[in-house]
Design a protein around this ligand. Sequence first.
Ligand code: TYD
Length: 395
Amino acid sequence: MKKYINFLDLGLQPLANNYLTKKDLKKKEKKYRLKVGINLITKLVAINKPLSSKIMFNNKYPYRSSMSKTMIKSFVELSKLINKKFNPKKILEIGSNDGSFIKNFSKKKVTGIEPCANVEKITKKMGFKTYANYWNLKTAKKILRKNGKVDLIYSANTISHIKNLDEVFESINIVLNNNGILIIEDPSLLECLKKNTYDQFYNEHIYVFSLIGIESILKKHNLEIFHIQNLKIHGGSNRYFIKKIFDKRKINISVEVNRNKEIKYGLEKLATYKQFAKRVITSKKVLRNIFNYINSKNKKIIGYGVTAKSTTILNYCKIGKRLISYFIDTTKDKQNKYTPGTKIPILKYLGFIEKDVDFVFLGAWNFQEEIFNKEKKFIKRGGKFIIHTPKPKIL
Ligand code: TYD
């Protein structure tokens, strides 16, 4: 994108969530060159040449937020906090996926926007008011017409997927009451750099936000962060509580603390990102060495949890069928398909890891705790996990 200085080149990548059918294997897969850059004026970090939303988010979208207990628990806790602290009469969720968040509220209170019709249908069937639309000015005007203004807007792991941030916040301003609350949750750039999780970058994650980056864009739209929670979710996320600038709500100390943390780490400086890029190159070398070493000992490696993130890792590190026999995953829409680019078979998770497996590459490393708890038997019999963050290693 314009005004961005590239600092990281993740090579040729396929569409991260485009799991391939057997038929697709015969066709040539579309790939694009994935680079990441920083805009030193706004401090926003973004991928180059984002693809159109229609290519990425359509009625074949495989992601389901209800696939993880961690996410469900987080949504339950947040909904309790929302009711207690803000007691909103009307709530809107942008990117409601399969309804894991809105399910926690009464059907009268809540509306969901979800452009992927296949997942939006799930919530509609449960009796919730949802619209299969992209979040933009047109949708905001439609919501205003049908529903009136809302007291609270929530959006998790969605705003970072939308290129035109000015339109995102302009649209939010249209539907949000003057004393309303906006809550945004997305992976934290600081944690991404600290943990070398370069796989946060893929075609859908147009941005990985820092507080200082978000602040610069919010300011343009008379919006202001008044509280931040640091979450463990997705390898470290930030939950931003935002208000309209005219609202007199007090600004919590967490905002200044987080801002200072980011500045101290160097998120304003290009040199910090260049160092990160060097660590990413080292990470690739070490991960490849681990895989090749295990392979040379004739041990069997499978993948666990196939994610958009793992698409970036596997394609960047050129780890394919030769090194990983297959992936297992609980998501129906991913099963019996093949990983984008690397074409590794994805099998249904049967409730355990097969006896002949020696090593498991953790594609869903962001759910490490949940998965380790589930796979105690595998660990007990000496099975090992391979993970790439913060440094590639065997666990
Ligand atoms: P996620 O990290 O949410 O996806 P992305 O990088 O694409 O945003 O995806 C986690 C995947 O891992 C999802 O397909 C479900 C799968 N999974 C399992 O198979 N078993 C598990 O125990 C957990 C927690 C996730």
